[in-house]
Design a protein around this ligand. Structure first.
Ligand SMILES: Cc1cc2nc3c(=O)[nH]c(=O)nc-3n(C[C@H](O)[C@H](O)[C@H](O)COP(=O)(O)O)c2cc1C
Length: 208
């Protein structure tokens, strides 16, 4: 049976750590993963995580495979300008796409059907093919335009999972806060995980 194929797109919203952690967890679950990073996303990765993941597609692909300890068969990378990438076509749509973190700019362009780069085109494909599309928007405060765009997309079936960690699971670190949001994304993708303690459960990661 062919393994499921997921796309994770990191854009220029704050919260690059969410996207990186999501990629790790998806790779750990055994799915085939395609990563895309917008040029603003590359800047945020540099600012927030100190990663200089720029250069040719092959160079960035190698850096990602080294960082995630993943092989060529499991992890691919396409630059935002590569509109010839397989995922740009509905005939090769992935099983699911997650935009994490998702900037208000990318969200607005997708809501308007105005695909200017590969990330937005892939999201457009997911919408027209009625595939699973998850967005992890991050901005505060939210304007009426942001809220209207989110509502429009949610009504089209997009799973809107804002980067809003909860505190009822007793987080002790930034990692715990990141785990909560990433765990919510994995729930939406129907992927089992133990990234946070569910309300009413006593089991925590590393126990039992
Ligand atoms: C350090 C940094 C943090 C940013 N945080 C956000 C954010 O949280 N949300 C957002 O919508 N834009 C944020 N921006 C602005 C976006 O990066 C900018 O609008 C960019 O054009 C988005 O491009 P993209 O959608 O192609 O990734 C941030 C920019 C920088 C440099």
């Amino acid at each position: 049976m062919r393994s499921r194929h997921f796309v994770v797109a990191l854009t220029g919203a704050s919260g690059a750590l969410y996207g990186l952690r999501l990629c790790s967890e998806l790779l750990r679950s055994g799915v085939r993963l395609t990563v895309m990073i917008s040029s603003a996303g590359q800047q945020v990765l540099a600012e927030e995580c100190g990663f200089d993941w720029q250069g040719s597609e092959d160079a960035v692909a190698s850096l990602l495979r080294e960082y995630f300890q993943a092989g060529e068969e499991q992890l691919s990378f396409y630059g935002e300008d590569n509109l010839l990438a397989p995922v740009a076509s509905g005939s090769n749509a992935p099983d699911a796409m997650v935009i994490c973190p998702c900037s208000m700019g990318t969200l607005a362009r997708i809501a308007a059907g105005n695909s200017g780069n590969l990330l937005e085109r892939c999201a457009d494909v997911m919408l027209k093919e009625r595939r699973t599309l998850v967005m992890v928007p991050r901005e505060t405060p939210l304007s009426e335009i942001h809220l209207e765009n989110m509502l429009k997309l949610a009504r089209m079936g997009v799973r809107m999972i804002p980067a809003m960690p909860a505190f009822y699971h007793g987080p002790q670190s930034i990692d715990d806060l990141v785990s909560f949001v990433v765990g919510k994304v994995l729930d939406a993708l129907d992927i089992e995980h133990a990234l946070f303690r569910r309300w009413g459960d006593t089991l925590v990661r590393g126990e039992g």
